[in-house]
Design a protein around this ligand. Structure first.
Ligand code: PEP
Ligand code: MN
Length: 288
């Protein structure tokens, strides 16, 4: 019978980059965000709106995800939008709102940095920096963020292979930042019934080939609200160390990604199921 360790052998690649390869740290990396440990036994839930839109929107949404059991708040102040005419985010004002929501709820904040010139500023407000799918191979940004003392969540490029992804992560580690989390968020395929194709294979592949924690974003991975809870469960079953999910207190009014954002009640219900799945695979959800 093929054992787990046999299949691990087959995935280890001799030319995987030196710092991220599993053999560089066989016991695995645990990323610590204000005492929240990502990459250990507990599964960490990060939730919030796609974009920070207003004081009320952020505060209401943050309180609801906190009540539902999330440990971290997500929300972009700087948004990478396909059209230059779409809402681009509130910028620095959005960072201030995130800081207030953080104080109000006790949730740690993860927010996107898109530009080398923003790294210092965003790092002052964020507990964890997010590098988005579109910037996975923005090498100057990777180098600059790699110098930051804040943990970094690096999302997989929507058209990036795992090899390219590992090399992008290597940029961060090569600058001295060892607190790096990988996030599978769906890739482009021929399939058009969902926004992207959530690559669940990437979870065990990344876990076997690297020592970095792996989380999943089923919101962008599906682009469809009704599919998010199912794929969130599947992600935990497949070994994800955490989930990044979009929740909005009024999704129909969202300026960005409303159709993939969960209603707060749906989020709460899903969390009950996630707790059971985590338990079934020998894990538990992190609670604040
Ligand atoms: C996001 O999480 O806010 C986001 C823009 O996602 P991605 O970079 O995966 O498209
Ligand atoms: Mn979004």
């Amino acid at each position: 019978m093929e054992t787990e360790s046999c299949s691990i052998e087959t995935l280890i690649k001799a030319d995987d980059p030196d710092l991220v390869r599993r053999s560089a740290k066989p016991e695995g990396t645990i990323v610590d965000v204000n005492g929240i440990k990502i990459g250990g036994k507990e599964v960490v839930i990060m939730a919030g709106p796609c974009a920070v839109e207003s004081e009320k929107q952020l505060s209401e949404t943050a309180k609801s995800v906190r009540a539902g059991g999330a440990s971290m708040l997500r929300g972009g102040a700087f948004k990478p939008r396909t059209s230059p005419y779409s809402f681009q985010g509130l910028g620095n004002e959005g960072l201030e709102m995130l800081q207030r929501a953080r104080k109000e709820t006790g949730l740690s904040v993860v927010t996107e940095v898109m530009d080398t010139r923003q790294v210092e500023m965003v790092a002052r407000y964020a507990d964890m920096l997010q590098i988005g799918s579109r910037n996975m191979q923005n090498f100057p940004l990777l180098k600059e963020a790699g110098l930051s003392s804040k943990p970094i969540m690096l999302k997989r490029g929507m058209m990036a292979t795992i090899d390219e992804y590992l090399h992008a992560a290597e940029y961060l580690l090569s600058q001295g930042n060892t607190q790096v989390i990988l996030c599978e968020r769906g890739i482009r395929t021929f399939e058009s019934s969902t926004r992207y194709t959530l690559d669940l294979n990437a979870i065990p592949v990344l876990k076997q080939r690297t020592h970095l924690p792996v989380i999943v974003d089923p919101s962008h991975g599906t682009g469809v609200r009704s599919l998010v809870p199912t794929m969130a469960k599947a992600s935990i079953a497949a070994g994800a160390d955490g989930l990044l999910m979009e929740v909005h207190y009024r999704p129909e009014e969202a300026l960005c990604d409303g159709s993939q954002s969960l209603y707060p009640e749906e989020f709460g219900m899903m969390m009950e199921d996630l707790r059971k799945v985590a338990e079934a695979v020998g894990r538990s959800l992190h609670t604040l």
